[in-house]
Design a protein around this ligand. Structure first.
Ligand SMILES: *[C@@H]1O[C@H](CO)[C@@H](O)[C@H](O)[C@H]1NC(C)=O
Length: 169
């Protein structure tokens, strides 16, 4: 803020990104087969995170967590009653920052694949303050990870803005 001098107008631009996944929350990752007349005992579904970690396997229509990556232990839920409708969506609970990335489900033998990108940033917000000083514009951006700190900064900037109107600063 020291760049702003004493006779400046402070303007505030605040950008908030709403993301589907919030820390500790849960999210349903969609996966559907377009195939009709599914014979469940023939179907395998492989859920992978960033093409590497094994999130969940459905082998011959049955849940299998044998090779599941430990980080998904007890955090991934399936909906077996939906399988016969070709719905192999899973629910991921207790979301962590490390869950961010691409989740893919591969369905065999139909060779279908669905990928969903998960962003887990909680209330990730950016606060940008523009300081106008004659022809120069100083732009300072503050990235804040916590919503309430963000609110505090907005409050602070609004107060500064009002004070600059009254000619105090
Ligand atoms: C699949 O099942 C899940 C869990 O019940 C549900 O949230 C989702 O909407 C279903 N998807 C489709 C395409 O029916």
């Amino acid at each position: 803020m020291s760049d702003c001098g004493f006779t400046v107008t402070v303007c505030l631009i605040s950008v908030s990104l709403q993301v589907p996944g919030v820390i500790d929350g849960s999210v349903v990752l969609p996966c559907s087969s377009a195939q009709q007349d599914l014979k469940l005992q023939d179907i395998n579904v492989h859920w992978r995170h960033n093409n590497r970690e094994i999130v969940y396997d459905i082998i011959k229509g049955e849940d299998s967590v044998e090779k599941q990556d430990p980080q998904y232990k007890n955090r991934a839920e399936t909906f077996p009653e939906e399988y016969k409708r070709g719905n192999f969506s899973i629910k991921l609970n207790n979301l962590q920052h490390t869950d961010a990335g691409k989740f893919s489900c591969f369905i065999t033998p139909s060779n279908e694949q669905e990928t969903v990108e998960l962003r887990v940033n909680g209330f990730f917000v950016a606060t940008c303050v523009c300081c106008f000083k004659r022809a120069t514009i100083h732009l300072c951006c503050v990235l804040l990870f916590f919503f309430y700190i963000h609110l505090f900064f907005i409050y602070l900037f609004v107060q500064l803005y009002l004070l600059s109107f009254k000619g105090v600063i």
